[in-house]
Design a protein around this ligand. Structure first.
Ligand code: 4NP
Length: 150
């Protein structure tokens, strides 16, 4: 089965949103793809997503509440086929610990070429949780179409 790991900095805003939205949309389309999320940093490990992120996602029907943050680990490169980064700093950090020979890494928003952004701005700083959801939904739809196309 194909497998995707979504990665941001803290694993409490952007990447858990990507995980939940992707799981929801893939299930609705009958697409069997395993997914998870992680942060390049470990400060929030074990915590649920940021409460305003949970609330904004819930308003669109996505349940982030059961998720718990964890830090990206070298083993993830063998466990997942693709690792998708929310921004370029995440991608640099992912590639710094990549042991090689496993997952391919890239930017999540490469799957949403018309969205006007190449990185998902961090709502931890911007406070714009709906922007996160808009961009994540667009990229998940594009990702699903790209997976279907092979
Ligand atoms: P995320 O947002 O990377 O989208 O989960 C952040 C959450 C927490 C922190 C930074 C970004 N932090 O510095 O604690």
């Amino acid at each position: 089965m194909q497998s995707i790991l979504f990665v941001c900095l803290g694993n409490i805003c952007r990447s858990p949103t990507a995980e939940a939205v992707f799981r929801h949309l893939a299930a609705a389309e009958g697409l069997a793809v395993a997914c998870d999320s992680a942060g390049t940093g470990g400060w929030h490990a074990g915590e649920p997503p940021h409460p305003p992120m949970i609330a904004a996602a819930a308003r669109r029907g996505y349940d982030l509440a059961p998720l718990r943050a964890r830090q990206l680990h070298r083993n993830d490169f063998a466990r997942f086929g693709r690792i998708l980064a929310m921004d370029r700093q995440n991608l640099r950090d992912i590639r710094r610990i990549d042991p090689g020979g496993g997952a391919t890494s890239g930017l999540f928003l490469d799957h949403a070429p018309g969205c006007g952004f190449t990185e998902v701005p961090d709502p931890w700083y911007s406070g714009d949780f709906d922007q996160t959801l808009d961009l994540v939904e667009a990229a998940c739809r594009g990702l699903i179409a790209d997976l279907r196309a092979g």
